[in-house]
Design a protein around this ligand. Structure first.
Ligand code: PLP
Length: 431
Protein backbone atom coordinates (compact mmCIF):
# COMPACT_ATOMS: atom_id res chain seq x y z
CA UNK A 1 0.00 0.00 0.00
CA UNK A 2 1.44 3.34 -0.94
CA UNK A 3 0.25 6.82 -0.17
CA UNK A 4 2.40 8.63 -2.70
CA UNK A 5 -0.35 10.85 -4.07
CA UNK A 6 -1.50 11.94 -0.60
CA UNK A 7 2.12 12.69 0.31
CA UNK A 8 2.56 14.77 -2.82
CA UNK A 9 -0.70 16.66 -2.26
CA UNK A 10 0.35 17.38 1.30
CA UNK A 11 3.66 18.86 0.13
CA UNK A 12 1.66 21.04 -2.24
CA UNK A 13 -0.86 22.00 0.47
CA UNK A 14 1.97 23.29 2.64
CA UNK A 15 2.51 26.03 0.07
CA UNK A 16 -1.04 27.24 0.52
CA UNK A 17 -2.05 26.57 4.10
CA UNK A 18 -0.24 26.98 7.42
CA UNK A 19 1.03 23.50 8.21
CA UNK A 20 -0.67 22.30 5.06
CA UNK A 21 -4.08 22.07 6.69
CA UNK A 22 -7.21 24.03 7.53
CA UNK A 23 -7.65 22.56 11.00
CA UNK A 24 -4.62 21.60 13.10
CA UNK A 25 -5.16 17.99 14.22
CA UNK A 26 -5.59 16.98 10.57
CA UNK A 27 -1.84 17.51 10.09
CA UNK A 28 -0.91 14.15 11.73
CA UNK A 29 1.54 15.93 14.04
CA UNK A 30 1.09 13.41 16.84
CA UNK A 31 1.09 10.26 14.71
CA UNK A 32 3.38 8.83 12.05
CA UNK A 33 3.32 9.86 8.42
CA UNK A 34 1.35 12.55 6.71
CA UNK A 35 -2.39 13.07 6.30
CA UNK A 36 -4.49 11.12 3.84
CA UNK A 37 -6.18 13.09 1.14
CA UNK A 38 -9.60 11.51 0.92
CA UNK A 39 -11.37 11.67 -2.39
CA UNK A 40 -14.52 9.77 -1.63
CA UNK A 41 -16.39 8.25 1.28
CA UNK A 42 -19.37 5.95 1.38
CA UNK A 43 -21.06 4.30 4.35
CA UNK A 44 -18.32 3.15 6.75
CA UNK A 45 -15.52 3.53 4.19
CA UNK A 46 -13.20 6.29 3.03
CA UNK A 47 -11.01 6.09 -0.05
CA UNK A 48 -7.85 8.16 -0.44
CA UNK A 49 -6.31 9.62 -3.60
CA UNK A 50 -4.07 6.54 -3.92
CA UNK A 51 -7.18 4.34 -4.03
CA UNK A 52 -6.65 2.80 -0.59
CA UNK A 53 -9.93 2.16 1.21
CA UNK A 54 -10.25 2.36 4.99
CA UNK A 55 -12.89 1.45 7.55
CA UNK A 56 -13.48 4.86 9.08
CA UNK A 57 -13.96 5.42 12.81
CA UNK A 58 -13.37 9.17 12.72
CA UNK A 59 -16.63 10.01 10.97
CA UNK A 60 -15.45 13.51 10.02
CA UNK A 61 -14.87 13.99 13.78
CA UNK A 62 -18.44 13.13 14.73
CA UNK A 63 -21.07 14.29 12.27
CA UNK A 64 -21.31 11.06 10.26
CA UNK A 65 -23.53 9.04 12.58
CA UNK A 66 -25.31 7.65 9.51
CA UNK A 67 -22.07 6.86 7.73
CA UNK A 68 -20.72 8.78 4.76
CA UNK A 69 -22.78 9.97 1.84
CA UNK A 70 -26.12 8.76 3.16
CA UNK A 71 -28.46 8.25 0.20
CA UNK A 72 -31.48 9.97 1.76
CA UNK A 73 -29.49 13.05 2.71
CA UNK A 74 -27.81 13.15 -0.69
CA UNK A 75 -31.15 13.01 -2.49
CA UNK A 76 -32.77 15.64 -0.31
CA UNK A 77 -29.79 17.95 -0.64
CA UNK A 78 -29.60 17.54 -4.42
CA UNK A 79 -33.24 18.47 -4.67
CA UNK A 80 -32.79 21.50 -2.42
CA UNK A 81 -29.71 22.68 -4.32
CA UNK A 82 -31.64 22.76 -7.58
CA UNK A 83 -33.68 25.59 -6.07
CA UNK A 84 -30.77 27.75 -4.93
CA UNK A 85 -28.36 27.57 -2.04
CA UNK A 86 -28.86 30.60 0.19
CA UNK A 87 -31.37 33.41 0.18
CA UNK A 88 -30.58 35.36 3.35
CA UNK A 89 -34.24 35.06 4.31
CA UNK A 90 -36.20 32.73 6.54
CA UNK A 91 -37.03 29.42 4.84
CA UNK A 92 -39.46 26.58 5.35
CA UNK A 93 -36.48 24.23 5.67
CA UNK A 94 -35.31 26.17 8.73
CA UNK A 95 -38.73 25.82 10.29
CA UNK A 96 -38.74 22.09 9.66
CA UNK A 97 -35.44 21.51 11.43
CA UNK A 98 -36.36 23.92 14.24
CA UNK A 99 -39.71 22.22 14.79
CA UNK A 100 -38.13 18.77 14.76
CA UNK A 101 -35.76 19.74 17.55
CA UNK A 102 -38.11 21.85 19.66
CA UNK A 103 -40.86 19.23 19.54
CA UNK A 104 -38.62 16.27 20.26
CA UNK A 105 -36.11 17.63 22.76
CA UNK A 106 -37.67 18.28 26.13
CA UNK A 107 -35.05 20.87 27.13
CA UNK A 108 -35.15 23.02 24.00
CA UNK A 109 -37.95 25.62 23.90
CA UNK A 110 -36.25 27.92 21.40
CA UNK A 111 -33.23 27.48 19.20
CA UNK A 112 -31.03 29.54 16.90
CA UNK A 113 -28.99 28.11 14.04
CA UNK A 114 -25.43 29.16 13.29
CA UNK A 115 -22.76 27.59 11.07
CA UNK A 116 -20.34 25.84 13.45
CA UNK A 117 -19.98 24.49 16.95
CA UNK A 118 -17.55 27.27 17.80
CA UNK A 119 -20.05 29.88 16.76
CA UNK A 120 -22.75 28.17 18.81
CA UNK A 121 -20.63 28.19 21.96
CA UNK A 122 -19.43 31.75 21.42
CA UNK A 123 -23.03 32.91 21.09
CA UNK A 124 -24.27 30.92 24.08
CA UNK A 125 -21.54 32.44 26.27
CA UNK A 126 -22.49 35.93 25.10
CA UNK A 127 -26.11 35.18 25.82
CA UNK A 128 -25.31 33.94 29.32
CA UNK A 129 -23.31 37.11 29.97
CA UNK A 130 -25.95 39.38 28.48
CA UNK A 131 -28.75 37.69 30.37
CA UNK A 132 -27.06 37.69 33.76
CA UNK A 133 -25.11 40.94 33.40
CA UNK A 134 -22.05 39.09 34.72
CA UNK A 135 -18.66 38.63 33.01
CA UNK A 136 -16.94 35.60 34.47
CA UNK A 137 -17.38 32.07 33.23
CA UNK A 138 -16.32 28.70 34.58
CA UNK A 139 -14.98 25.95 32.35
CA UNK A 140 -13.21 22.67 33.05
CA UNK A 141 -9.77 21.48 32.08
CA UNK A 142 -9.87 19.14 29.10
CA UNK A 143 -13.28 20.28 27.87
CA UNK A 144 -13.04 21.73 24.38
CA UNK A 145 -15.59 24.29 23.29
CA UNK A 146 -14.30 25.29 19.88
CA UNK A 147 -11.76 28.04 19.32
CA UNK A 148 -13.67 30.72 21.22
CA UNK A 149 -11.12 33.21 22.64
CA UNK A 150 -12.27 33.08 26.23
CA UNK A 151 -12.47 29.29 26.20
CA UNK A 152 -9.11 28.43 24.70
CA UNK A 153 -7.72 27.75 28.11
CA UNK A 154 -6.72 24.19 28.92
CA UNK A 155 -8.91 22.82 26.20
CA UNK A 156 -9.04 19.54 24.38
CA UNK A 157 -7.11 17.39 22.00
CA UNK A 158 -5.89 19.86 19.38
CA UNK A 159 -4.05 21.71 22.10
CA UNK A 160 -3.04 18.72 24.19
CA UNK A 161 -1.69 17.13 21.04
CA UNK A 162 0.33 20.17 20.14
CA UNK A 163 1.47 20.60 23.71
CA UNK A 164 0.25 24.17 24.08
CA UNK A 165 -1.84 24.94 27.09
CA UNK A 166 -3.41 27.95 25.49
CA UNK A 167 -3.29 29.89 22.25
CA UNK A 168 -1.30 32.97 21.37
CA UNK A 169 -3.33 35.98 20.33
CA UNK A 170 -5.77 35.98 23.20
CA UNK A 171 -5.65 39.12 25.33
CA UNK A 172 -4.92 38.46 28.93
CA UNK A 173 -8.02 40.41 29.88
CA UNK A 174 -10.22 37.83 28.12
CA UNK A 175 -8.73 34.92 29.96
CA UNK A 176 -8.99 36.71 33.28
CA UNK A 177 -12.72 36.23 33.12
CA UNK A 178 -12.36 32.49 32.53
CA UNK A 179 -12.02 30.34 35.61
CA UNK A 180 -10.69 26.86 34.85
CA UNK A 181 -11.34 24.02 37.27
CA UNK A 182 -10.82 20.26 37.21
CA UNK A 183 -13.78 18.11 36.31
CA UNK A 184 -15.24 16.41 39.36
CA UNK A 185 -13.42 18.79 41.74
CA UNK A 186 -16.35 19.50 44.01
CA UNK A 187 -14.43 21.44 46.63
CA UNK A 188 -12.71 23.69 44.09
CA UNK A 189 -16.01 24.67 42.56
CA UNK A 190 -17.72 25.21 45.92
CA UNK A 191 -14.92 27.50 47.04
CA UNK A 192 -14.96 29.45 43.81
CA UNK A 193 -18.68 30.00 44.06
CA UNK A 194 -18.52 30.99 47.71
CA UNK A 195 -16.11 33.78 46.89
CA UNK A 196 -17.29 34.93 43.48
CA UNK A 197 -20.68 33.48 42.50
CA UNK A 198 -22.16 36.92 41.97
CA UNK A 199 -19.66 37.58 39.16
CA UNK A 200 -20.23 34.30 37.35
CA UNK A 201 -22.49 34.20 34.31
CA UNK A 202 -22.28 30.53 33.49
CA UNK A 203 -20.71 27.17 34.00
CA UNK A 204 -20.01 25.44 30.71
CA UNK A 205 -18.98 21.83 30.23
CA UNK A 206 -19.19 18.88 27.93
CA UNK A 207 -21.52 16.64 29.93
CA UNK A 208 -19.75 13.75 28.18
CA UNK A 209 -16.23 15.15 27.85
CA UNK A 210 -15.01 13.63 24.58
CA UNK A 211 -12.29 15.93 23.34
CA UNK A 212 -9.53 14.84 25.68
CA UNK A 213 -10.08 11.15 25.89
CA UNK A 214 -13.53 10.12 27.03
CA UNK A 215 -13.84 11.33 30.62
CA UNK A 216 -17.15 9.92 31.75
CA UNK A 217 -18.67 11.83 34.66
CA UNK A 218 -21.03 10.53 37.34
CA UNK A 219 -24.69 11.45 36.94
CA UNK A 220 -24.60 12.70 40.52
CA UNK A 221 -21.92 15.23 39.54
CA UNK A 222 -24.09 16.68 36.79
CA UNK A 223 -27.12 16.76 39.11
CA UNK A 224 -24.98 18.54 41.68
CA UNK A 225 -23.83 21.12 39.10
CA UNK A 226 -27.47 21.77 38.22
CA UNK A 227 -28.29 22.35 41.87
CA UNK A 228 -25.35 24.69 42.43
CA UNK A 229 -26.33 26.74 39.40
CA UNK A 230 -29.88 27.00 40.76
CA UNK A 231 -28.63 28.03 44.18
CA UNK A 232 -26.43 30.78 42.77
CA UNK A 233 -28.53 31.84 39.75
CA UNK A 234 -25.79 30.78 37.35
CA UNK A 235 -26.56 29.60 33.85
CA UNK A 236 -25.63 25.99 33.17
CA UNK A 237 -24.53 25.36 29.60
CA UNK A 238 -24.08 21.85 28.26
CA UNK A 239 -21.81 21.86 25.24
CA UNK A 240 -23.31 18.97 23.32
CA UNK A 241 -21.58 19.61 20.04
CA UNK A 242 -20.35 15.99 20.15
CA UNK A 243 -22.89 14.32 22.43
CA UNK A 244 -25.97 16.01 20.98
CA UNK A 245 -27.94 13.57 18.79
CA UNK A 246 -25.07 11.09 19.33
CA UNK A 247 -25.98 9.33 22.59
CA UNK A 248 -29.70 9.78 21.98
CA UNK A 249 -31.91 12.36 20.33
CA UNK A 250 -31.85 14.41 23.52
CA UNK A 251 -28.12 13.95 23.93
CA UNK A 252 -26.46 13.79 27.32
CA UNK A 253 -29.04 16.09 28.93
CA UNK A 254 -31.78 13.64 28.05
CA UNK A 255 -29.73 10.59 28.91
CA UNK A 256 -28.81 11.86 32.39
CA UNK A 257 -32.14 13.70 32.80
CA UNK A 258 -30.31 16.85 33.85
CA UNK A 259 -31.78 20.04 32.47
CA UNK A 260 -29.24 22.69 31.50
CA UNK A 261 -30.37 26.25 30.78
CA UNK A 262 -28.71 26.29 27.38
CA UNK A 263 -27.37 23.60 25.08
CA UNK A 264 -24.98 24.02 22.17
CA UNK A 265 -25.02 21.76 19.13
CA UNK A 266 -22.87 21.13 16.09
CA UNK A 267 -21.53 18.12 14.20
CA UNK A 268 -24.49 15.73 13.76
CA UNK A 269 -27.11 18.50 13.68
CA UNK A 270 -26.10 19.49 10.12
CA UNK A 271 -26.24 16.01 8.58
CA UNK A 272 -22.70 16.55 7.27
CA UNK A 273 -23.09 20.25 6.46
CA UNK A 274 -21.80 23.20 8.50
CA UNK A 275 -24.50 23.79 11.11
CA UNK A 276 -24.31 24.69 14.76
CA UNK A 277 -27.07 25.79 17.11
CA UNK A 278 -27.73 26.96 20.61
CA UNK A 279 -31.02 26.70 22.39
CA UNK A 280 -32.78 26.16 25.66
CA UNK A 281 -35.15 27.97 27.93
CA UNK A 282 -37.45 30.51 26.26
CA UNK A 283 -37.00 33.23 28.85
CA UNK A 284 -33.24 33.15 28.29
CA UNK A 285 -33.35 32.75 24.51
CA UNK A 286 -35.60 35.80 24.26
CA UNK A 287 -32.58 37.93 25.16
CA UNK A 288 -31.24 37.25 21.66
CA UNK A 289 -31.66 39.95 18.99
CA UNK A 290 -34.07 41.00 17.57
CA UNK A 291 -36.20 39.99 20.57
CA UNK A 292 -33.59 41.10 23.09
CA UNK A 293 -30.34 43.02 23.49
CA UNK A 294 -27.79 40.24 22.85
CA UNK A 295 -26.60 40.55 19.26
CA UNK A 296 -26.00 37.45 17.15
CA UNK A 297 -26.22 37.04 13.37
CA UNK A 298 -24.96 35.02 10.40
CA UNK A 299 -24.97 35.46 6.61
CA UNK A 300 -25.32 31.79 5.82
CA UNK A 301 -27.12 30.79 9.03
CA UNK A 302 -29.93 28.31 8.46
CA UNK A 303 -29.33 28.19 4.72
CA UNK A 304 -31.80 25.81 3.07
CA UNK A 305 -29.20 23.24 2.02
CA UNK A 306 -27.72 22.71 5.47
CA UNK A 307 -31.20 22.78 7.03
CA UNK A 308 -32.39 20.11 4.60
CA UNK A 309 -29.41 17.90 5.37
CA UNK A 310 -29.93 18.29 9.13
CA UNK A 311 -33.65 17.70 8.91
CA UNK A 312 -33.22 14.56 6.84
CA UNK A 313 -30.55 13.21 9.19
CA UNK A 314 -32.50 13.90 12.37
CA UNK A 315 -35.58 12.20 11.01
CA UNK A 316 -33.59 9.03 10.47
CA UNK A 317 -32.20 9.27 14.00
CA UNK A 318 -35.75 9.42 15.38
CA UNK A 319 -36.65 6.05 13.88
CA UNK A 320 -37.61 3.43 16.47
CA UNK A 321 -34.60 1.61 17.91
CA UNK A 322 -31.98 3.67 16.09
CA UNK A 323 -29.87 4.47 19.13
CA UNK A 324 -30.41 1.10 20.82
CA UNK A 325 -29.14 -0.71 17.75
CA UNK A 326 -26.16 1.55 17.33
CA UNK A 327 -25.17 1.26 20.98
CA UNK A 328 -25.54 -2.52 21.00
CA UNK A 329 -23.51 -2.88 17.82
CA UNK A 330 -20.79 -0.70 19.32
CA UNK A 331 -20.80 -2.69 22.57
CA UNK A 332 -20.44 -5.99 20.69
CA UNK A 333 -17.56 -4.57 18.66
CA UNK A 334 -15.73 -3.28 21.72
CA UNK A 335 -16.39 -6.47 23.68
CA UNK A 336 -14.32 -8.45 21.18
CA UNK A 337 -11.42 -6.09 21.69
CA UNK A 338 -11.82 -5.90 25.47
CA UNK A 339 -11.84 -9.71 25.75
CA UNK A 340 -8.66 -9.85 23.73
CA UNK A 341 -7.06 -7.20 25.93
CA UNK A 342 -7.97 -9.19 29.04
CA UNK A 343 -6.73 -12.45 27.55
CA UNK A 344 -3.38 -10.91 26.55
CA UNK A 345 -3.07 -8.86 29.73
CA UNK A 346 -2.50 -5.62 27.82
CA UNK A 347 -2.34 -2.64 30.14
CA UNK A 348 -5.24 -0.65 28.71
CA UNK A 349 -8.99 -0.41 28.66
CA UNK A 350 -11.77 0.73 26.41
CA UNK A 351 -14.21 3.43 27.40
CA UNK A 352 -17.62 3.48 25.71
CA UNK A 353 -20.58 5.82 25.76
CA UNK A 354 -23.23 4.95 23.21
CA UNK A 355 -21.47 4.84 19.85
CA UNK A 356 -18.44 6.80 21.12
CA UNK A 357 -15.33 4.89 22.18
CA UNK A 358 -11.82 5.63 23.36
CA UNK A 359 -8.75 3.46 23.80
CA UNK A 360 -7.30 4.33 27.17
CA UNK A 361 -3.76 3.08 27.72
CA UNK A 362 -4.38 2.50 31.39
CA UNK A 363 -6.71 0.36 33.44
CA UNK A 364 -7.63 3.22 35.77
CA UNK A 365 -10.86 5.13 35.35
CA UNK A 366 -10.15 8.54 33.84
CA UNK A 367 -12.43 11.25 35.14
CA UNK A 368 -10.46 14.47 34.76
CA UNK A 369 -7.88 15.63 32.22
CA UNK A 370 -5.02 15.30 34.70
CA UNK A 371 -5.68 11.54 34.97
CA UNK A 372 -4.45 10.99 31.43
CA UNK A 373 -0.92 9.75 31.19
CA UNK A 374 0.76 11.18 28.10
CA UNK A 375 2.96 8.07 27.81
CA UNK A 376 -0.06 6.19 26.53
CA UNK A 377 0.06 8.44 23.50
CA UNK A 378 3.19 6.63 22.29
CA UNK A 379 1.20 3.42 22.21
CA UNK A 380 -1.53 5.21 20.33
CA UNK A 381 0.93 6.54 17.79
CA UNK A 382 2.14 3.04 17.05
CA UNK A 383 -1.42 1.66 16.93
CA UNK A 384 -2.49 4.41 14.56
CA UNK A 385 0.28 3.55 12.10
CA UNK A 386 -0.47 -0.17 12.25
CA UNK A 387 -4.16 0.40 11.65
CA UNK A 388 -3.59 2.80 8.81
CA UNK A 389 -1.35 0.21 7.16
CA UNK A 390 -4.16 -2.32 7.65
CA UNK A 391 -6.93 -0.10 6.34
CA UNK A 392 -8.58 1.05 9.56
CA UNK A 393 -8.77 4.81 10.04
CA UNK A 394 -8.80 6.37 13.51
CA UNK A 395 -8.60 10.12 14.13
CA UNK A 396 -4.90 11.06 14.21
CA UNK A 397 -4.57 11.71 17.94
CA UNK A 398 -4.76 9.50 21.01
CA UNK A 399 -6.85 12.13 22.74
CA UNK A 400 -9.57 11.79 20.12
CA UNK A 401 -12.50 9.45 20.51
CA UNK A 402 -13.75 7.10 17.81
CA UNK A 403 -17.27 6.87 16.46
CA UNK A 404 -19.28 3.93 15.17
CA UNK A 405 -21.93 4.79 12.60
CA UNK A 406 -25.18 3.18 11.57
CA UNK A 407 -23.43 2.16 8.34
CA UNK A 408 -20.89 -0.07 10.12
CA UNK A 409 -22.32 -3.59 9.82
CA UNK A 410 -21.75 -6.16 12.59
CA UNK A 411 -19.59 -8.24 10.24
CA UNK A 412 -17.49 -5.24 9.24
CA UNK A 413 -17.08 -4.38 12.91
CA UNK A 414 -15.92 -7.94 13.64
CA UNK A 415 -13.36 -7.59 10.88
CA UNK A 416 -12.19 -4.23 12.23
CA UNK A 417 -12.03 -5.65 15.77
CA UNK A 418 -9.75 -8.44 14.57
CA UNK A 419 -7.40 -5.93 12.94
CA UNK A 420 -7.43 -3.75 16.06
CA UNK A 421 -6.61 -6.77 18.28
CA UNK A 422 -3.67 -7.61 16.02
CA UNK A 423 -2.63 -3.97 16.13
CA UNK A 424 -2.67 -3.95 19.91
CA UNK A 425 -0.59 -7.15 20.07
CA UNK A 426 1.88 -5.45 17.76
CA UNK A 427 1.96 -2.30 19.92
CA UNK A 428 2.48 -4.17 23.18
CA UNK A 429 5.15 -6.44 21.70
CA UNK A 430 7.39 -3.48 20.82
CA UNK A 431 10.54 -3.11 22.96
C1 PLP B 1 -16.22 20.06 17.80
C2 PLP B 1 -16.60 20.76 19.06
C3 PLP B 1 -16.76 22.15 19.11
C4 PLP B 1 -16.40 23.05 17.95
O1 PLP B 1 -17.22 22.83 16.85
P1 PLP B 1 -16.70 23.35 15.40
O2 PLP B 1 -17.85 23.04 14.50
O3 PLP B 1 -15.47 22.56 15.12
O4 PLP B 1 -16.45 24.78 15.53
C5 PLP B 1 -17.22 22.72 20.28
N1 PLP B 1 -17.52 21.96 21.34
C6 PLP B 1 -17.38 20.62 21.34
C7 PLP B 1 -17.75 19.82 22.53
C8 PLP B 1 -16.90 19.98 20.20
O5 PLP B 1 -16.72 18.66 20.21
Amino acid sequence: MTRKISDKLFEEAKQYFPGGVNSPVRAFKSVHGSPLFIKEARGPYMTDEDNNTYIDFCGSWGPMILGHNNAKIRKAVNKAISKGTSFGTPTKQGNLLGKTIVENHRYIDKIRFVSSGTEAVMSAIRLARGFTGRDKIIKFEGCYHGHVDSLLVKAGSGLATLGVSTSAGIPESFVQDTIVLDLNDLEGLEETLKSSAKDIACIILEPIPANNGLLLQDTSYLVWLRKLCDDYDIILIFDEVISGFRVGFEGAAGMYSVEPDLITFGKIIGGGFPVGAFGGKSYIMSSIAPEGPVYQAGTLSANPIAMTAGYTALNILMEEGFYENLEKKTANFLKIIQKHIDRQGHNMSIVQMGSIFWFSFSKKRMISASDINSKGMLHFKSLHKYLLDHQVYLGPSGYEVGFVSAAHSPSLLRKAAKTICEGLDHVFSEK
